[in-house]
Design a protein around this ligand. Sequence first.
Ligand code: S3P
Length: 444
Amino acid sequence: MSHSAEPLPMTARRSGPLKGEAQVPGDKSISHRALILGALAVGETHITGLLEGQDVLDTASAMQAFGARVERLGEGEWKVHGVGVGGFAEPEAVIDCGNSGTGVRLIMGAMATTPVTATFTGDASLSRRPMGRVTDPLELFGCEVTAREGKRLPVTIKGAAEPVPVRYKTPVASAQIKSAVLLAGLNAPGQTVVIESEPTRDHTERMLAGFGASITTEVTEEGRVITLTGRPELKPQPVAVPRDPSSAAFPVAAALIVPGSEIRVPGVSRNPTRDGLYVTLLEMGADIRFENAREEGGEPVADLLVRHSALKGVTVPPERAASMIDEFPILSVVACFAEGPTVMRGVHELRVKESDRIAAMEAGLIANGARVTSTEDSMTVEGSGGLAGGGASVVTHLDHRIAMSFLVAGLASDQPISVDDGSPIATSFPDFLPLMQRLGAAIG
Ligand code: S3P
């Protein structure tokens, strides 16, 4: 669903200690994949803990449009009756992926090797983002692609009638590119190979293996070589979606910077390909304990116990960027409350997210009194143990993580911080406001 609602300004004010339990929603990456693989399996996949954010709801609608039966049974509980690999029907209408880069890119991959034609669109943010990074490798399978100037949405794909398998080295560290190629490889005969020089989130590989595909990952000098054997019969699996570490990052950061706070965040995924923010926070001196480490739905999870902490600035190395790519906006807020500089390197991919996140964070933080500099590929925040400023309204550019980051900043800055539009928060964290308010945050 494209974003058309009226802008929804929100304001956060200095708050007393945050206390209690934060039950953050299901993981967004895993939720998209559960719906897509459920639609490509033969029979019924039962999902619990699904994120019911707009991004994922748009993927659910898309799977229906391609012929799968998708049904909501209760809160976070969904059933997908799949049509099998190669079984997608031609959608009757344009597929609107709203704000979701993951949704549109993975679905393009999933349909590119089936002989149906589909047109994809999205909101103003998604329509600015590059799609060539996915459509270029998909064309190698034999599909035909038409796009707007700059390979942007709307994009029409005529799926390949006789797809060929592909060997593809991803030019940037991106799980979306890797996943699109693997999903396309499902309906190509023979072996499709993706090589990535930097490891990125591996949920697609884990879930494909869980659904019975033959998929291997080998670590070589070239990087991670992932080999998928095409034309498997995917077997429906129960999927228990763990809670999203990228969403957990917001209450965790709030507890670290608001004096006297102590919160618990249960059942959060600790997948090592998603763990970079937590590694960084521990280096900064954060008091975060990981309790009851266990496995749920094929992913490692733990309960987080987080206390307000005195923090120091650190340098985040470029090789860690992929494992925390969505967490740099909130890290740059936390960095203001640390003593000394925090340097984030190798972060050029932030420029093509829901917004140019380096530009959006730099502008908003400077407007609120922080000292920030950037290059094309890096950002530096000069922390001074607090944010003496605040008082400014921030432009969020339809970006949920920019909105949530500044609302967290406002809980501990001297003056309140406002965002021009908090409505995109519903794409990934629909309960953000009530959840934060229950912890004691003054946001509204
Ligand atoms: C995602 C991959 C990342 C991330 C996005 C979710 C995924 O994008 O930013 O929010 O689910 O595969 P890239 O793969 O483009 O880095």
